[in-house]
Ligand binder design. Sequence first.
Ligand SMILES: *Cc1c(COP(=O)(O)O)cnc(C)c1O
Length: 369
Amino acid sequence: MNRIGETTLEIDLNALAHNYAYLKSKTLPETKFLAVVKAFAYGSDMVAVAKKLENLGVDYFAVAYAKEGVLLRDSGIERPILVLHPQPAHLDCIIERCLEPSLYSTNVFGQFLKTAQEKKQHAYPVHIKFNTGLNRLGFREEDVEFILKQLWQHNEIKIKSIFSHLAASEDLNEQEFSKNQIATFENISSLLIEKLGYSPLRHILNTSGILNYPQAQFEMVRSGIGLYGYGNDAEADAKLKPIATLKTIISQIHKIKPDETVGYNRAFKSDVPKTTATLPLGHADGIGRQYGNGKGYIMINGKKAPIIGNVCMDMIMVDVDGIDCKEGDEALVFGPKKSAEAFASGANTISYELLTAISQRVKRVVIGA
Ligand SMILES: *Cc1c(COP(=O)(O)O)cnc(C)c1O
């Protein structure tokens, strides 16, 4: 029987605590733990997740953009918050809200230093990001001299951490590349620390890095997807618990005659009679068109109901032939008993994309707070 009454994303904070404990068990007791809570904590509930992790003793948070950090501060989060990709428009706000920027280029470094000077800061904590092979954001080795020179001349900012990011930590075929990135990071950070006169934290591992390269923990690790219950491989997935369950309900059931079609552009056609169910979630809720036309299925009363035809903005239609169900019955899109990773990979994408796409229109229900 339906208990939810609308499409709902359930967030289980006990599962989050389990995942945090599991990932912590993979690091040394003295290794600090940074929780990545960007993008609404991977589409879940950023504030509820951050509060729970703060209570559990997490050392650091990271968000992508300043406004995500502001939301955390407004909710009373007190731990340090690293802003991974600060934008020029938000540098003032970063200082006003005690957020800590990643500085990844001479350009951003200069802009932030100027802001810190205007705001008369002293030793404001910043994080220096090095590019060791991902070629996305980061200084290169030859920039170390620039960084040192700036820091010797100006005391408005101080390096709190030095970090880098692995390009393929989940891919064991790329072990040599990853180890190379780790070695490059070790070299550059030593070079910088030697001349700095103090030792900032160093960190390079994300979730799969924690699981695959435990020797490279340095002083801190950063985890996102693992906290939310996915580990990029079957063995890790078995140890982690998905925190989010996406459920919906059957709005209407149709009996389709042979030669009738279902949905936009008549994309689904059956030559036999068929029973279909219409569910109230679509691409505007985060179930993209790639899940349509049989690429994804929904669980209804313990059975697989393939998505038929094109995904609409607000609805999907599923094939419920042979499934004992009625209007109002619950339907499971993903959760601990139906992996978001498997659902995503069936449509050629990854759990990260599926989870973060669940739009703010979907009601969140937090359990275990
Ligand atoms: C998003 C992000 C992470 C988290 O990675 P997971 O694979 O989700 O653990 C870590 N570091 C950086 C720089 C990121 O952008």
